[in-house]
Design a protein around this ligand. Sequence first.
Ligand SMILES: Cc1ncc(COP(=O)(O)O)c(C=O)c1O
Length: 369
Amino acid sequence: MSIASLPDFPWDSLAQAKATASAHPGGVVDLSVGTPVDPTPEPVQQALRDAADAPGYPQVWGTPDLREAVAAWFAARRHATGVDPDGVLPTIGSKEFVAWLPTLLGLGAGDVVGIPRIAYPTYDVGARLAGATPVASDSTLTFGPMPPKLLWLNTPGNPDGRVLPIEHLAKVVAWAREHDVVVASDECYAELDWRDDAEGPTTPSILDDRVCGGDHSGLLAVYSLSKQSNLAGYRAAFAAGDPRLVDRLVQVRKHAGMIVPWPIQRALIAGLTAHDAVAAQKRVYVARRTSLRAALEGAGWRIDSSEAGLYLWATQDRPCRDSIQGLAERGILAAPGDFYGAAGEQHVRIALTATDERIAAAVQRLSVG
Ligand SMILES: Cc1ncc(COP(=O)(O)O)c(C=O)c1O
């Protein structure tokens, strides 16, 4: 891999729109990134403070009580009863894991990594860092006789908020087992499910008993507390699933010093058990989402997918850069859909991660002619 094979950092191309939006007399409403703005729950902050005395090196694999807390969370929230604590790995945020998983699995030139057609850019970056070839597709049929070594799923999806149903996940798992493919499912928005007819308290997981029959071999679910608990600044996340795969990853991560700091491991446990805080945060997003969605639809936009997660995947059925310019003139900054692949060319991604005051300003601006 050479640095030159990495894509340009896409946000640089938003500079002009940002300048336009920032010139609005009421100030910019920045809905272009999914960075939480509400406070980190108090029990999580307290756990971090309580763990401030940390003279020794932490465990790469996480402390046993952290691994047990993750397994218990899967049983309580994800309909996945058999998660083995030995199959749990804390990660330094999930972006780190997404970017390095192909490398940690030993993939390289000639290996294919399957990624979603409309996707968070780091799946592609991770394949490139390993020297492997990213192939964007939402259908396993695309791979024909040359299956990928690793297939990334992302449910709920960023940017489009699409939720993969149980039956779809089960089909992918059956296909992956037949072709010896590792499936990594990035589920970091799972708690933020807006569907009325949901199958459980969260969106379905790849480790859901109804998806994999309790057999986690070849499977990894990737989760982060950044979004559900407003602690993106902590870098607190984990992967869970096949203990043999996790063991391989731990061996490499030990050599590479990829260790979640001990105070963050303690905060992670607190975040996983602070269910009331997650429910309260969800109510805040419901209110923001409802008003923003109504304002966009009232202004002639169509919202596609967006069944879960922190974004509205919105279109005016015209090139996304024209829509971005139109929003910027109203002082609103959003992310163009082409950041996420050519299939996003007519959409923009509008984040719910702004204060109530800024969301109200966006709603007001959208409703004025
Ligand atoms: C789909 C997806 N995966 C992973 C991440 C990374 O989250 P973090 O590194 O904060 O855990 C993000 C962040 O926006 C995301 O949208």
